[in-house]
Ligand binder design. Sequence first.
Ligand code: GDP
Ligand code: MG
Length: 174
Amino acid sequence: MGERFKIVLLGGSGVGKSAITLMFLQGTFLSEYDPTLEETFRKTMTIENKSCLLDILDTAGQESYTTMESRYIQNGDGFLIVYSVTSEATFQKVSKIYDLVLRVKDMDSFPTVILGNKSDLAKERKVTLNQGIELSTQHSVPFFETSALQNKNITESFSFLVKILRKKRETDLI
Ligand code: GDP
Ligand code: MG
């Protein structure tokens, strides 16, 4: 039996969670927007010559935090918290979501990667790269700027999270 990890995508509405998921799974870009889309996907991935099975939950962040708490966070092994660089409001939401993860897991830190998506939309950018880096430093959580449209840093984000998850599993076993 190989490794298996449950990865949950969290973040504001319209930030690109579904587009990131679809690009990662199929290599195609989702151009239409359906905010209610919510699904679990399964993908085998080889990272550092070792294969693992990923259960990926693409959430529709429309619900209250309490509902999110019970439904998504409790079962997740690791999280991708996504904001859009074109939206200050979704950036502000990241800390709230990560705090909730820590509260639900009752931990001081938990395997998470922050993604600043839509990096291709230069003209519409509201959140700078430095703001993203600062946020990442503040929470000691790794960070990538991504573009689902350009397939930029998408696979990298998932593999980085898996590497963190592997490390955690090793230390948990000791
Ligand atoms: P979700 O609500 O977080 O799942 O957001 P979606 O994945 O449905 O994306 C919302 C809208 O943003 C859709 O119209 C996508 O095509 C668009 N979108 C998502 N990611 C990107 C990106 O990296 N660049 C650009 N330009 N548009 C994106
Ligand atoms: Mg979606």
